[in-house]
Design a protein around this ligand. Structure first.
Ligand SMILES: N[C@@H](CCC(=O)N[C@@H](CS)C(=O)NCC(=O)O)C(=O)O
Length: 210
């Protein structure tokens, strides 16, 4: 199998970190999104959506959603478990992982894509119609990113990890979102002591550098 990746981009980083937690090393190819390589015919022939990550299996099957890729890897390599062991834990991990995507990633991306000059007319990621940047979306994204970060503080003051008492895929998404938020100027500060302590703990894991 082969992973199409971009080192700087948050979604492929989720997959790299997940693979590192599993102790797996698979071939990767870099796709420069900022330069528009993901929108060129060669890449669109692999993934018509024009997004990364894309995992291409040995038989040519394509998986192009970060969490779907992670779930596939979890099925093949169940340990260490990152999606939950019991029905209840799986539901809790699912819930928190989705919240990190919809309340974190989605809003940070809105702030990022609607302001960065490199993405003028690329307000939406991947192949599709040219989408002009909309300043109001950036403003709302920023407001909701701050709200999400305050919610993380509340969660982590009551729980050692995002989904409960151990590290899971929800921590991977949250950690990468906290780093992504810096790109739009939103950082943990003195009002986020639990978030900061959790962040340092996750950053110390070798997978954080993947
Ligand atoms: N829901 C998708 C999102 C994929 C996505 O939006 N990836 C970004 C990089 S983080 C991308 O490929 N952007 C392409 C572009 O900006 O044109 C996933 O989790 O895999």
């Amino acid at each position: 199998m082969k992973l199409y990746d971009m080192k700087m981009a948050p979604n492929p980083r989720r997959v790299r970190m997940f693979l590192a937690e599993k102790g797996l090393d698979i071939p990767m190819e870099q796709v420069d999104i900022q330069a528009g390589e993901n929108l060129k015919p060669d890449y669109l022939a692999i993934n018509p959506r024009g997004v990364v990550p894309t995992l291409v299996l040995d038989d040519g099957t394509v998986l192009d959603e970060s969490i779907a890729i992670c779930r596939y890897v979890e099925e093949l390599h169940p340990e260490p478990n990152l999606f939950g062991k019991t029905p209840l834990e799986r539901a809790q991990v699912e819930s928190w992982q989705r919240r990190m995507e919809f309340e974190g990633m989605f809003n940070i991306a809105a702030a990022f894509r609607n302001t960065m000059p490199a993405y003028a007319n690329r307000g939406s990621p991947g192949a599709g119609p040219a989408t002009p940047q909309i300043p109001a979306m950036a403003e709302r994204g920023l407001m909701m990113t701050r709200h999400w970060m305050n919610g993380l503080e509340a969660r982590l003051s009551a729980s050692p990890f995002i989904a409960g008492d151990r590290f899971t895929v929800a921590d991977i998404t949250a950690f990468i979102c906290v780093d992504f938020a810096k790109w739009v100027g939103v950082r943990a500060d003195d009002s986020h002591p639990s978030l900061k302590a959790w962040y340092q703990g996750i950053k110390a894991r070798p997978s954080a550098a993947a």
